[in-house]
Structure formats: C-alpha cells, structure tokens
Write a protein that binds this ligand. Structure first.
Ligand SMILES: [Zn+2]
Length: 337
C-alpha cells in the first residue's frame, strides 16, 4: 500500500500542500520535509473540556488565551529578532471568530489556553515579517509548543475539510467537541478524526549494512528508508515485514519500534522501526521502488560526500532512523535537490 503525500487517501482530493503526488512507498514526506519528532511541547490537550460549552466560552474570552488562524494547511509565522520563529497568535478579542470553526487545542504549563480558527483565508499580514507557511516549512523552525499546536490544528482541519458528510447516511454533519467530533443530525452518528498508521523502517543485514531505496520519480541519487501504510487487521510489525518484502523483496525477521512522528498530510502517523533482514537478497518491485541497495557506513559516507547519494534530510524520522544506525549525524550532502 502506498503513502500518498499530497492527496487525501480517503477522498482522492488534492491536499493543501503543494508537493507533487508521489504515490510511493518510500518515505518521501518524512525524509524531505521534517516535523520535529518531539510531540511533547508542554501542551495538555485537556480533552475533558471539549464538550463543556460554558468552559470553552470562558476559556475563549480569557485575556491570556491565544488564538491563531489555520487555512488550507497554513498558518502565519514570524521570525523574531532573537533568531527564533513563532506562530503569529493573538488574543481572542482580536481574532476573526467564527463559532463553527473553532478548535480548542489545549493548555500550556502557564495555564494559557490555545485555540485555532479555521478560515477560508489567512488574515492580512500583521506586519512585514509575518508570512504564511505550511507545516513543511514551519515544522522545523517552530519551537516544540508551536509545532505541536500547529500539527494538531492542521490535522483537525484536514479531517474536517474532507468529512463534511455522514459516512453512514450521507447527511451533512456538524462540528462538535471544539473541532474533535462531527455529528450527524439525521442519524445521530458521531464521527471522530482519523489517523492513518504508516510504518517506516531502517532495515539492516547481518553485516550491519542499511537498506535504502529510491522511488522511480525521485531526483537522481535520492535514497531513503522504506515505508508504507498499515492495512486493516494487520499488526505494525507485520506491516514492516510485508512492506519490505513487497518493495525490496527482502525478508525481515526481528522488528523493533523506535519512535513516531505525526504527519498530517492529510492524516498519517509515521511509526519508525529498526528491522533485521534474514537474507540480503534484493528484488525491487520496479514499480514504486526503482532501486534498493545495501550501504555500509563507509559506503554511505563516501556516496554522500561524492554527491552520488542524497540522504534523508534534517530532523525527519527517516533521517533519525538512518543516523541511529550510522551512529552520528550524516555528512553534509555535496548537493541538494
Ligand atoms: Zn448520518
């Protein structure tokens, strides 16, 4: 099964980010455009308040509450003088409030409540510095708190946008639970945000070489970890073995979980693994994966330094997995996409 990075898996609608549709099983999203793996940005989601309209109204009107607008997968970000980048937030009394599209995101350690407003467009730039950005740009720049808030809001927006009608009876649904439920007024069904688990794995052989593959349409030299969606009724460990077998023809034995990374394009959760091959024999599918190779650490370092290989970049989970095996940060690529 594939991991579409820019097309909604449930509807086939074009997603909001502009990356080309890959239809591929290599970690095209996670390796190129990282989002921090740190999902603990100090936000308590406080989900027990989501159905309490009186509490939500009081939280909304509190002067310390902060609000940001999301629209089409983007929010406004701002580079500060100290070199950091922040989400552009405002007090609720300055916010372009629309009751039907208010998402409650949680409370930070100082007691500040955060909301996102989903709008058809972002508000006008607040100054010369603020600019609209999607998660692919903003994710690596923002602090953990802002990154966590933005990922949550974009994930909700993606789901809300494509689940306006009841999957049971076809009636138009309405938003509830501060953005975390859609209810059907006709049949009473409640619909919850979906998260699609996907596995991403660094496979090694008995010589401790790493298996990296490249998609047919990738730039020349781009190699990364294999990845794919978990299927219904399948354990994540089984999904690791199936995907590696399908894409690279490699049989996998032991599988161990490493870390996860939210990837709301539109609704994936990347589950990172280390896996051990039982045989080094490679037979790529030739359809999604054009080439797969075993790299020793020396092989990979040399190939990166000569520009023959473009490795996974930045703080992505693919890069984390490769670096976990490599034992240190990867060499700087000689060239970039
Ligand atoms: Zn219904």
């Amino acid at each position: 099964m594939t991991i579409p990075t820019s097309t909604d898996r449930s509807t086939g609608e074009p997603a909001t980010d502009t990356a080309p549709h890959t239809g591929s099983t290599v970690a095209s999203a996670a390796d190129e455009q990282p989002i921090s793996l740190t999902t603990t940005g100090g936000i308590d989601r406080a989900s027990h308040h989501r159905l309490d309209e009186a509490w939500l109204a009081a939280a909304w009107s509190h002067p310390s509450t902060r609000v940001f607008v999301v629209s089409g997968g983007q929010a406004l970000i701002e580079d500060k003088e100290d070199g950091t980048t922040e989400l552009v937030m405002m007090p609720s009394f300055d916010a372009p409030f629309t009751e039907a599209h208010r998402y409650f995101l949680g409370i930070d350690e100082e007691g500040v409540r955060y909301f996102a407003l989903q709008k058809d467009s972002l508000p006008g730039r607040m100054d010369d510095i603020a600019r609209p950005a999607g998660l692919r740009e903003a994710g690596p720049l923002l602090c953990d708190r802002d990154s966590e808030l933005m990922v949550h809001a974009i994930g909700l927006e993606n789901w809300q946008r494509t689940h306006r009608f009841c999957s049971r009876c076809g009636e138009r649904t309405v938003i509830a639970a501060a953005g975390h439920i859609r209810r059907c007024p006709a049949c009473g069904a409640e619909h919850y945000p979906r998260t699609d688990p996907a596995v991403i794995m660094l496979v090694t052989d008995d010589q401790d070489r790493a298996l990296l593959g490249r998609q047919v349409h990738w730039p020349e030299g781009r190699f990364s970890t294999l990845a794919g969606f978990v299927e219904p009724g399948e354990s994540i460990e089984a999904a690791v073995r199936r995907e590696v077998a399908e894409e690279a023809g490699v049989a996998v034995g032991p599988v161990s979980y490493v870390a996860s990374q939210p990837w709301p394009f539109p609704s994936s959760l990347m589950l990172g693994f280390m896996a051990r091959a039982t045989s080094p024999r490679i037979k790529v599918d030739g359809d999604e994966i054009e080439e797969a190779r075993w790299f020793s650490r020396d092989d990979l370092r040399a190939a990166i330094e000569t520009g023959e290989v473009l490795p996974p970049a930045g703080i992505s989970i693919a890069a984390r997995l490769v670096e976990r095996w490599y034992g240190q940060p990867l060499p700087k690529p000689r060239r970039h996409d």
